[in-house]
Ligand binder design. Sequence first.
Ligand code: SAM
Length: 206
Amino acid sequence: MPQYDPRAFFTFLKQGVTKWDQTASLVPSQRFLVNAMVDGARPETAGAILELGPGVGVMTKPLLRRMRPDARLFTIEIDEPIHEALVRNVTDPRLTAMLGSAADCEKLLAEHHFDGKVDAVVSSLGMSLIPAPIREQILDSALRVLAPHGVYVQFGYFHTKHLAYTKDGGWSGFDYKAMLERKFSRVTRSPVPLNVPPAWCYVARP
Ligand SMILES: C[S@@+](CC[C@H](N)C(=O)[O-])C[C@H]1O[C@@H](n2cnc3c(N)ncnc32)[C@H](O)[C@@H]1O
C-alpha cells in the first residue's frame, strides 16, 4: 500500500503527464528507492535536512519518522498542486514545506528564519531535464547551505545515462555521477533496480 492518499497519487500522475519536463516521473518513487535515499541522509543524526523536489511526500514521511524530535525538515517543491498535496498529506510540526524553486533555496530558508547549515540535502530533482544554468545554481546553492560534514543525496534513473532529453542539449545521455564529481569531493552510488524506473542512489560529500 502507498504511504500517501490516492488523491495525492493522482495529483502527481496528472502533473507528470502535463508537466513532464518538470515532474520527471509519472509515479512517485517506490519503497526500495525511498529507503536508499532516506538511509543515505542519515536522518537519526541530523539536526536539519533540506529536501528538494519532495513531490507528494514519499520520502518526507519516512525522513520525519527517523528524525529526532528537535530536528527540522525543510522541503522545496516548485509545483503548486503537488506542494498542496504534500501539505495535506504530511502534517508534522518539524516540517516547513516551501513552494518555490530549489535554485532559490538560500533565500527561501532565510525567509523562514533558518540561517544555519543543513546536515543533508535530499534531492529528487530530475537534473537531466533542468537547463544547465539552473542546475548549476541549484547545486552551488545546495552546497552553500550544506554543512562541511553533510551529505548530498540524489537519485538518477539508469536510462538517463544513455537517453535523456534536455531542452538545451536535445536527445543525449546525462551523467549524474560526472555532474556530482564536478562539485563534490567524494561520490558513491548504489543501484536500485527494483524501482520503476530503475535508479541509482548517489551520496556525495563536500
Ligand atoms: C522525480 S519527482 C520526485 C518526487 C518525489 N520525491 C518522489 O521521489 O516521488 C521530482 C519533483 O521535483 C519537483 N521539481 C522540479 N523542479 C524543481 C525545482 N527547480 N525546485 C523544486 N522542485 C522541483 C517536481 O515538481 C517533482 O515533484
